[in-house]
Design a binder for this molecule. Structure first.
Ligand SMILES: Nc1nc2c(ncn2[C@@H]2O[C@H](COP(=O)(O)OP(=O)(O)O)[C@@H](O)[C@H]2O)c(=O)[nH]1
Ligand SMILES: [Mg+2]
Length: 279
C-alpha cells in the first residue's frame, strides 16, 4: 500500500482552461435529462477515486438515490480500494468496486442497483462520469452483453442513449470533465487514466510526474523493481530513431499504454488517508 499523498501543489501556470463545447452542451443536456431519472450510477476509475470524479456531476444528480461504482478494480491497489470503500461507507455513500473485464463485483453491482431502484420495479437510471471512466463498459456488464459502444479513448460516447437492463432503463452519457482543471496534480492523473484527449498533454511530462510521485510514495526498492524512469524504459524497450537517437516521445506514449493496461502493476494514485486527516 502506498503512503498518503502530499497536498497537491497548485500550479496555475499549467492550468487547462479549455472546456470543449460538446462538454458544456452535455452538461446542459444532463440537467434537462435528470427530470426523468430515478437513480444515478456514478462511475469513477478505482485508480483515482478523488480526481476521477466531477463534483458538477454529483450536483446535477441532486438528491436522487446514488451509487458510486469504482471501475477497473483489478488495475487498482486492492488494499486502497478497500480503504476507499470503508471511507465511503463511513460517510453513508453507497459504493461498490467492479472490474468489468473480469466480471469481479458485477453481481454485487447488480444487487446494489436493485436495492437502489426497488427490486424489480421499472425505473430509469443514468450513468455519469468523466471521459473513459468505464461508463459504457459498466452498462455492458450489467446487461451481460455488449450493448453500449466502448473504446479506450476519451470522448467516444457523444450522444446519450437508453439501454434496457431487466426492469431498468439505463441512459449512457458522454463523459464530462470539470470545466477547469487548474491543478497540475489533477492533470497528470487524468492524463494517465485516459480521461484527457491526447492533444491536451505532453506524455513525457505525465510520465515524469508519475515517476516522481511513485518515488515519493514508495521505498527505493519498490521503485527500482516496478517503475522504470522514462530514460530506462526508452532504452530497454528499444525506442530509437534512425537506430541511434532515443525516441523518448514515442516511448512515453508506450509507457502510458503500459500503465493503462496495468503492466506496471496494480496501482491507486490517491489514498483516503490524506482526506481523513483533514476532515
Ligand atoms: N480492465 C478493465 N477495463 C475496463 C473496465 N471498465 C472499462 N474498461 C476499459 O476502459 C476503456 C473505456 O471504457 P468505456 O466504457 O468506453 O468508458 P466510457 O468513456 O466511460 O464509456 C475500454 O477499453 C474498456 O474496456 C474495467 O472495469 N476493467
Ligand atoms: Mg462511453
Amino acid at each position: 500500500m502506498s503512503r498518503a499523498l502530499s497536498t497537491p501543489q497548485r500550479d496555475a501556470a499549467q492550468a487547462i482552461g479549455w472546456y470543449p463545447g460538446h462538454m458544456a452542451a452535455a452538461m446542459r443536456r444532463l440537467a434537462d435529462d435528470m427530470r426523468v431519472i430515478d437513480a444515478v450510477l456514478e462511475i469513477a476509475d478505482a485508480r483515482v477515486p478523488l480526481t476521477g470524479t466531477n463534483p458538477a456531476l454529483a450536483r446535477v444528480a441532486g438528491s436522487r438515490p446514488h451509487l458510486l461504482v469504482l471501475s477497473r478494480a483489478q488495475l487498482a491497489d486492492q488494499a486502497l480500494t478497500k480503504a476507499w470503500l470503508a471511507f465511503y461507507a463511513a460517510r453513508h455513500v453507497q459504493a461498490v468496486a467492479v472490474d468489468a473485464k473480469s466480471g469481479a463485483g458485477v453481481a454485487h453491482l447488480r444487487a446494489a442497483l436493485q436495492t437502489l431502484t426497488g427490486d424489480g420495479k421499472p425505473a430509469r437510471a443514468i450513468v455519469l462520469g468523466i471521459p473513459n471512466a468505464g461508463k459504457s463498459t459498466a452498462i455492458n456488464a450489467l446487461a451481460g452483453r455488449n450493448v453500449a459502444r466502448t473504446e479506450d479513448r476519451a470522448g467516444v460516447t457523444r450522444a446519450r442513449q437508453w439501454f434496457r437492463v431487466g426492469s431498468l432503463e439505463i441512459m449512457d452519457t458522454a463523459g464530462v470533465l470539470p470545466p477547469k482543471i487548474d491543478d497540475a496534480e489533477h492533470q497528470w492523473k487524468l492524463a494517465l487514466v485516459g480521461a484527457l484527449p491526447r492533444a491536451r498533454f505532453d506524455p513525457e511530462d505525465v510520465v515524469a510526474r508519475f515517476c516522481r510521485w511513485y518515488a515519493q510514495t514508495h521505498d527505493e526498492g519498490a521503485t527500482k523493481r516496478a517503475v522504470p524512469d522514462l530514460a530506462t524504459f526508452t532504452q530497454s524497450r528499444g525506442f530509437m530513431r534512425r537506430g541511434t537517437i532515443p525516441d523518448v516521445h514515442n516511448a512515453a506514449w508506450a509507457y502510458l499504454r503500459d500503465w493503462g493496461d496495468g503492466k506496471l502493476g496494480p496501482m491507486t494514485l490517491e489514498s483516503p488517508a490524506a482526506l481523513e486527516a483533514t476532515s
